[in-house]
Write a protein that binds this ligand. Structure first.
Ligand SMILES: Nc1nc2c(ncn2[C@@H]2O[C@H](COP(=O)(O)OP(=O)(O)OP(=O)(O)O)[C@@H](O)[C@H]2O)c(=O)[nH]1
Ligand SMILES: [Mg+2]
Ligand SMILES: [Zn+2]
Length: 306
């Protein structure tokens, strides 16, 4: 025998599904309980975090090929900013922002570099933070994902393969482009070519003469400059001498650009591992030139806002 039971009708729950939430990156409508956008795979947490804010966050791209040092740079930048409130006051929003800082710093403290960023966009860390400079009343909200270099290259070579990369770069108001100083020193032209390809992709995304990429601030950062003294001393002269094509291209097409040099390791050694082959290990952590490009970018973003 079965007893009669009262089954409450919970159809009101369905009502929530009738109100879509737009993805912050590609603006596709999603249901309220989606974790990642069904179109571009960006985290819907960004849309939820920004939904009730007066100031909409700006997006800044940290771009470069695989292994150029984006994860190390961004993780170290977050860590340094969160510890120097007198220089720039940073407030991280959402768990991702802290995860990136945590994984980078815990790897460096074990004398290792962090792992390669996976290609799947739903596994990237999207840094979302609030930044306030001393004597600045209104804070800036920024979103800076740690994208995988391979995904960016794939999108540039075959547009529309990584929708999230395209939608994000269309909306960026500034970019930090990393260039491997060691490879440039060794005479390889790949870094030079890749950066020019990336810059021409950006110009084509938005070629508006006033608001387009030609006028947006672009910081060109030589990474791993701890291994290249000449680059650390004068990054602009280094670019002119070792990446002349890129240096000239920037002068002609990007009004607001500047070359920088940064390095996180004081000294590195090589280790042979059975699983990973040749692995670089940082023996000391001595960050140089990490905050400067970011400060320059902020100054220019604020100047553009007027
Ligand atoms: N000497 C030195 N080596 C660095 C530095 N930053 C990164 N590296 C080296 O570059 C490698 C790649 O760094 P990542 O930050 O993982 O590179 P990435 O650009 O995030 O690469 P993807 O995740 O594949 O896009 C590290 O494993 C280190 O061997 C640095 O500041 N100095
Ligand atoms: Mg990475
Ligand atoms: Zn989306």
């Amino acid at each position: 025998m079965t007893k009669a039971a009262i089954q409450p009708l919970e159809s009101y729950r369905l009502a929530k599904y009738a109100v879509p939430i737009a993805c912050y990156i590609c603006e596709t409508d999603n249901t309220f309980d989606c974790e990642f956008c069904s179109h571009c795979a960006a985290p819907m947490a960004l849309a939820h975090q920004t939904n009730d804010q007066k100031v909409q966050p700006q997006m800044v791209g940290v771009i470069g090929p695989s292994s150029v040092g984006k994860t190390v740079y961004l993780g170290m930048l977050m860590d340094m900013l969160s510890r120097q409130p007198e220089r720039l006051h940073l407030l991280a929003r959402g768990a991702f922002s802290i995860t990136l800082q945590q994984t980078t710093l815990s790897a460096l403290s074990r004398c290792e570099f962090p792992h390669k960023t996976p290609n799947e966009p739903d596994r990237w860390n999207w840094v979302h933070c609030q930044i306030r400079r001393p004597r600045q009343r209104r804070p800036l909200e920024l979103i800076m994902p740690d994208m995988a270099g391979e995904a960016v290259i794939e999108e540039i070579d075959h547009p529309h393969t990584f929708r999230v990369v395209r939608s994000f770069l269309e909306k960026c108001t500034a970019a930090m482009i990393l260039i491997d100083a060691i490879q440039v020193k060794e005479g390889g032209r790949d870094q030079d070519f890749f950066t020019m390809k990336l810059l021409s992709y950006l110009s084509e995304l938005d070629n508006d003469p006033k608001q387009g990429w030609a006028k947006r601030p672009v910081a060109l950062i030589f990474s791993k400059a701890d291994q290249c003294e000449q680059c650390m001393e004068d990054p602009d002269a280094y670019a002119k001498m070792h990446a002349a094509g890129l240096w000239q291209y920037c002068r002609e097409r990007f009004v607001c650009h500047k070359f920088f040099a940064s390095g996180v390791a004081g000294a590195c050694a090589a280790r042979e591992s059975l699983l990973d082959g040749h692995v670089e290990v940082p023996l000391r952590v001595e960050p140089h030139g990490i905050v400067e490009p970011f400060e320059w970018l902020l100054q220019n973003l604020l100047a553009r806002q007027g």
